[in-house]
Write a protein that binds this ligand. Structure first.
Ligand code: BGC
Length: 781
């Protein structure tokens, strides 16, 4: 359905995701996959004219609101700026009527512009050529640009366009906003204020228009409209055959959450700033704004530039697509915000952050843009308040991170009720917010990963140690003593595999808790010996000496499930005793979760069937703790039982397959990962793109095929390029230095752009790189 073979106007391949035929069935998928954004806001790509089933979403990062007590905090859907009511000779324009030729809608990843073109015949002898363009500025985070060009091929026509700011939208029915003031200044500048109902975040949204006929500015007096939750203007004009209209709309979005307003925020002052910005944007016009935007994107591509020479050009496009969306979804401008599991591209998961960020996305930033990695971890530091409250509420000590996070102080925001239970007909209870607890050690792990790869001691001293100590304090209080077996256990949890609820001793959870406490003990010793002042600060804040005594007494008694006689590590205490069924009917289906057509969650809980990578995650994160034989045996055992019903699963499997040297399998799984959003399944991305999977695609290439790893504080490279690839090159940050890595089947060359020297291990052998060095791409082990 989607076409990946289009080139850019200058002939460059591998940058365009396009749709060649309008399909009302694929509306949602294209809206999400082609969504635009700049980390400050995200705009779903609904078409200008309306269709049944469309979702018009504009999200501003961090503006969470709780609609009422029965719902959880979510990112509210702000007023729509994209809808145009277009009439030709008095009749509403729609692609569902008339004849459409030469249709194409494409997302240009390089310039981050959405372009839609087609020729439309109204069935009554009139023919028009339409081109719509749109971008969300990466240069001016508050600005959106839209442009429509209409050329009359067979006319004349009477054309009218109504356009404005439409706050008659909701989040699937939940209305997050109070109605605010609306105004039109000088018949040109439209303004709509809306305020969230509970969090009281003000939004000031502005829009203005400019019309040109045959390239000449024209003044058309607009019909002005203000009504409930809407402000709009309408323009009507007659166009002769051969004439063309250019209709530009620029829009600005500001909110009281914007960092720049700080503590001095007032609504009148924000309105003034917003109006001034709208006037400046209007003066610049679409083209000038767009050119600053493309310059900002050019810098992104320069920084993240990855090259893949593959027999299949789609591979590079798939990785660029991941890069594109990672930039679009990440609030690089503000450390009070995290990354949503669907980015800013849909209502799915309500804009909440999960372990997806720390485990699947953060590695990309650690190795490609460490400053952003730091900002994302600072978000978790700010979340300590909510994490401490959650621990207390649950009767534990320390910091127990929420499974789903929104505004840092919100604490736990996982909804309690989910999809239908096919047996009872009731809603299924979602247990993750209560008992999916591994998120706490995932965050500690991410802090460690960041620190060991960047050497950022400033971060650790301000934020990192505190996270690691307080999460270890949580785990120590969470452990349960089993008198009969003389060990500490962690019972009644959900591990990464969410098809198993209320399990005891999920291996991933136990190992990661152990890791978290051990890490805190290491840092305790380090600080005590080397930084007495810091040590004293944390001792006072967290009663560290007492905590250390507890860690010491418990660490070695934590139960870490071991491989059985077949080398299989039990995923939890009962997994291996459960019934095994043929999962063929449920694997790789059009829609994930097809097993729930036949079983409810309780029944699935009694089968050896997994939603996603679980023990495999352990092999990836704590790879030194397990032998290659154990990893392989478990891979084989569990993969058969894994439905990959979570988008977090395939990339981890691909990386492990690379580690095993199974290049073909690793490549196949990488492809399946790219197809989660870009594949032919028409509803795969309806609720939004899959953030973690996009981070995972980068991980497949860099951590899988290039074998990049941080092990024991050292950088490792052990490339195993897929047979289809002749080259993989990418930037890599290590200890504050930028390296450029270029891998071919024969050679690995590394350029140290920053200067100085770096140590690393290439295919198991210690090496040093000053300016640049080249090594043979063969395993010396
Ligand atoms: C997965 C989780 C993931 C969440 C958000 C769920 O379906 O099971 O592991 O964190 O989606 O992506």
């Amino acid at each position: 359905m989607l076409n990946y073979n289009k080139t850019l106007p200058d002939g460059a391949p591998g940058w365009v995701v396009s749709e060649d035929q309008f399909s009302s069935l694929a509306l949602a998928k294209c809206e999400a996959v082609m969504s635009l954004g700049n980390g400050y806001m995200g705009l779903r790509s609904a078409t200008e004219e309306s269709y049944v089933g469309e979702k018009r979403n504009l999200f501003v990062n961090g503006t969470f609101n709780r609609f009422d007590e029965l719902e959880v905090s979510e990112l509210p859907n702000a007023a729509d700026l994209t809808k145009l009511d277009i009439r030709i000779d008095g009749k509403r324009f729609t692609l569902e009527q008339g004849e459409v030729k030469a249709y194409s809608r494409s997302l240009n990843l390089r310039d981050a512009e959405l372009v839609r073109t087609f020729i439309w015949n109204n069935g009554e002898g009139k023919e028009l050529e339409f081109t719509f363009r749109r971008f969300v500025s990466l240069d001016s985070l508050h600005v959106i640009g839209l442009k429509m060009e209409v050329k009359v091929l067979r006319g004349p026509v009477n054309l009218s366009v109504s356009s404005g700011i439409d706050a008659q939208v909701s989040n699937s029915g939940s209305q997050h906003f109070h109605e605010g003031e609306k105004r039109i200044y000088d018949k040109t500048y439209l303004e709509l204020i809306q305020t969230t109902t509970e969090s009281k975040v003000d939004f000031a949204i502005g829009a203005s228009h400019r019309l040109k006929v045959d390239g000449q500015l024209v003044e058309v007096a607009p019909a002005m409209e203000i009504d409930r939750r809407i402000v709009a203007v309408g323009y009507s004009l007659r166009l002769e055959e051969g004439q063309s209209l250019t209709f530009e709309k620029v829009a600005t979005v500001y909110t009281s959450r914007d960092k720049e307003f700080g503590d001095n925020y007032s609504l009148p002052a924000m309105r003034e700033v917003a109006l001034a910005a709208l006037k400046t944007a209007q003066e610049s016009g679409y083209d000038a704004l767009f050119s600053s935007h493309t310059a900002a994107w050019a810098k992104v591509w320069e920084n993240y530039g990855i090259t893949i020479e593959s027999s299949n050009p789609f591979d590079l496009l798939g990785v660029r697509f991941a890069h594109y969306h990672l930039v679009v979804m990440t609030p690089a401008h503000d450390n009070r915000m995290g990354i949503g599991a669907k980015g800013l591209s849909g209502e799915g998961y309500k804009g909440h952050s999960f372990w997806d960020t720390e485990i699947f996305i953060l590695p990309f930033y650690i190795y490609s843009n460490p400053e952003i990695a730091r900002s994302l971890l600072e978000y978790r530091y700010l979340g300590l308040e909510g994490a401490r409250n959650k621990a207390k509420e649950n009767g534990f000590a320390g910091a127990m991170y929420p499974w789903e996070a929104a505004w840092p102080s919100d604490g736990e925001v996982t909804p309690v009720w989910g999809a239908v239970d096919i047996v009872t007909g009731e809603q299924t209870k979602i247990w993750s917010g209560f008992i999916e607890q591994h998120i706490t050690s995932d965050i500690a792990y991410a802090v460690w990963h960041y620190f060991r790869s960047t050497g950022d001691t400033d971060f650790m001293e301000k934020y990192g140690y505190e996270i690691i100590f307080d999460t270890a304090i949580f785990w120590a209080s969470r452990l349960e003593w089993n008198e009969a077996l003389g060990r500490y256990e962690i019972n009644e949890v959900v591990g990464p595999d969410e098809y198993k609820e209320h399990v005891d001793n999920n291996a991933f959870t136990n190992y990661m808790a152990h890791f978290n406490i051990e890490l805190a003990m290491d840092y305790y010793q380090e600080l005590e010996a080397q930084s007495p002042e810091l040590f004293a600060r944390y001792d006072e804040l967290l009663n560290l000496k007492e905590a250390h005594k507890v860690w010491e007494s418990k660490l070695n008694l934590i139960y870490l499930p071991q491989p059985n006689e077949d080398l299989i590590i039990p995923q939890d205490d009962t997994y291996l005793q459960k019934e095994i069924i043929d999962l063929t009917p449920y694997k790789d289906q059009e829609k994930v979760g097809s097993i729930f057509n036949d079983y409810n969650l309780d029944q699935v809980g009694n089968l050896q069937v997994s939603k996603q990578a679980d023990i495999m995650m352990l092999f990836f994160l704590l790879e030194n703790k397990f032998s290659p034989e154990v990893k392989r045996a478990n891979y084989q055992y569990y993969e058969e039982k894994t439905l990959h019903d979570s988008s977090l699963s395939l990339s981890t499997h691909s990386i492990l397959a690379s580690d095993f040297g199974d290049k073909e399998l690793a490549y196949r799984l990488f492809h399946r990962a790219t197809e989660i959003d870009l594949g032919p399944k028409v509803h795969s991305s309806d609720a939004g793109i899959h953030s973690a999977s996009l981070g995972g695609i980068w991980e497949c290439a860099v951590m899988g095929f290039a074998g990049v790893r941080m092990l024991d504080g050292k950088l490792h490279l052990a490339p195993k390029l897929p047979e289809h690839w002749d080259r993989l090159s990418f930037p890599l940050y290590w200890q504050g230095k930028r390296l450029e890595v270029n891998i071919t089947p024969q050679e690995i060359s590394i350029t140290n752009v920053t200067g100085g020297s770096i140590q690393l291990i290439v295919h198991g052998k210690q090496q040093e790189v000053h300016e640049s060095a080249t090594f043979a791409n063969t395993s010396t082990l």
